[in-house]
Design a protein around this ligand. Structure first.
Ligand code: SAH
Ligand code: SF4
Length: 355
């Protein structure tokens, strides 16, 4: 447990949990049962853990809270997407979003979209999190809390770290949380995707650790000057270096990288952009995920446009004709502000306090 971490189950390692349970007069196997109930079954209340003695459940409820955050808002879109707005106190009170995306196949488990930071320091001008800036990094247990609250809504098949924040700027804490998700929640490396703007030096440092997730890199433009504008914190980092770091990632980890491309109407969605993107990525192992821009409820008038369905299809076809694998991700739950970062932006502008 780090200094200043709250005494909650989620802030403890398995060994620390066993020690805390022993202090309460329980046995180590009770600790294992409680953790399995939380991580595997999404039980967030000791009272419902009937495999534990009643007196222990009461002591745990009084002495060792499971979670540290509070749920400020939960809304469901017509397509079943559920979006949670959570508040964490810590060194600074922050609001964070988690989205539980139901599979379009009935009966199939969901995908959970989690945040790695409260806000984001990268400043992409088309993104709700970028518009708010960084409030603070999330602790490992706060990232984990999003997972267990998501699991409480229903079984998870996959998880994407595509909520608020830039994962590589809070990587140590994220990795600690993902280890628990992997080991105790049972989501395999192929079921977890981390999306980043792709700091090449950080990717090269992480690759040899053989991280247990899939990598997605947000590219957004084949042109250096345009990418510098769309991803301000990466200004001056050559696109070619990012692609080279992605190639090294593939060599070191054996896992293919996905490139993400937010399609902004009349900005980076022209046939010429598609052609230059295809030229950039030809002869590299890559899949391209096109994300038509989701309107952001920005406090100021937004200069961005959602591309037309025809422009999106033209762009995708231009890439596949040139031999690349390209898919389109139309965001779900747009009605419930489920595009990442937007619920919090609305709360912040509504209250006039960008925390
Ligand atoms: N910070 C990480 C994860 C963020 S979200 C990153 O940028 O990669 C995942 C993807 O959604 C990123 O590619 C991001 O650029 C994109 N995105 C953010 N806001 C968007 C919006 N309003 N519409 C469409 N895509 C958006
Ligand atoms: Fe941050 Fe990603 Fe949004 Fe850019 S797109 S501001 S990196 S969350």
């Amino acid at each position: 447990m780090g200094t200043g971490a709250p005494l909650t189950l989620l802030a403890l390692s398995p060994a620390e949990t066993a020690a805390a349970f022993e202090r309460l007069g329980a046995r180590p196997f009770h600790a294992r049962i409680a953790r399995a109930q939380v991580f595997e079954h999404g039980l967030l209340d000791y009272a419902r853990m009937s495999a534990l003695p009643l007196s222990l459940r009461e002591r745990l409820t009084a002495e060792l809270p499971i979670l540290s955050g509070t749920e400020l808002d939960a809304r469901e879109a017509a397509d079943g997407t559920r979006k949670l707005l959570l508040r964490f106190e810590g060194t600074r009170s922050v609001e964070v979003e988690t989205v539980h995306i139901r599979s379009s196949t009935p009966g199939r488990a969901a995908t959970l979209c989690v945040s790695s930071q409260a806000g984001c320091p990268v400043g992409c001008p088309f993104c709700a999190s970028g518009l708010l800036g960084l409030a603070r990094n999330l602790e490992a247990h706060e990232i984990l809390e999003q997972y267990v609250r998501g699991r409480a809504l229903g079984p998870l098949a996959r998880s994407v770290v595509m909520g608020m924040g830039e994962p590589l700027l809070n990587f140590e804490r994220l990795a600690r949380a993902l280890d628990v998700v992997h080991d105790e929640m049972g989501l395999g490396a192929r079921a977890i995707t981390v999306s980043t703007v792709g700091f090449p030096d950080r990717l090269r440092r992480i690759a040899p650790t053989r991280p247990r997730f899939q990598l997605a890199i947000s590219l957004h433009s084949p042109d250096q000057s345009q990418r510098d504008e769309l991803v301000p914190a990466m200004r001056g980092v050559p696109i070619a270096e990012i692609v080279a770091a992605a190639d090294d990632w593939f060599e070191q980890t054996g896992r293919e990288v996905t490139y993400e491309y937010a399609l902004l109407g009349e900005c980076n969605d022209s046939p010429e952009h598609a052609e230059r993107l295809a030229r950039l990525l030809a002869r590299h192992r890559a899949t391209i995920n096109l994300i038509p821009w989701n309107p952001v409820a920005a406090p100021k008038a937004s200069p961005w446009k959602r591309p037309s369905a025809a422009a999106v299809e033209r762009f995708r076809a231009a890439l596949t004709e040139r031999g690349l694998v390209a898919t389109v991700r139309w965001s779900k739950g747009v009605q419930a502000d489920a595009a990442c970062g937007q619920l919090r932006l609305r709360h912040a502008s509504g209250s006039g306090k960008p925390d």
